[in-house]
Design a protein around this ligand. Sequence first.
Ligand code: TYD
Length: 140
Amino acid sequence: MGIEACRFIEFPIVHDPRGNLTFVESNRHIPFDIKRVYYLYDVPGGAQRGGHGHRNLHQVIIAMSGSFDVVLNDGHRNHRYHLNRSYSGLYVAPMMWREIDNFSSGSVCMVLASDFYGEEDYFRNYQDFLDAVAEKAAKK
Ligand code: TYD
């Protein structure tokens, strides 16, 4: 799966003068079973998160409040996405290196993930990630 597999997903909005409501359901709006939810908050100005890749994990990243940028890299191509809507999520396929930066103050980055936390699923080193991308391409 290359970077073209990553895309914005729009969630339903129930408009209401008392405040809008959005919901997301596993395997309907989210293209996997949600096994874990985590969120980044109290992010200091200028901070960068991410800086890793995942072997098998699928994720959807949502700006629940404020805004930030997600930069995805599939080993060949880079794309920067600006997230600033709580009714839209960025689907991140496995085997993507990601950086998250440009956080606005008070922003909250929520991530829906297809599996429990497991350090063995991470690439922490960019060269290891590139080597794995090349190995997968050679197997095809
Ligand atoms: P990491 O995924 O490296 O954060 P980011 O990519 O946002 O910078 O995780 C930071 C630390 O938090 C790391 O020590 C692992 C731990 N962690 C968990 O224990 N459970 C989780 O679900 C996540 C996402 C991280």
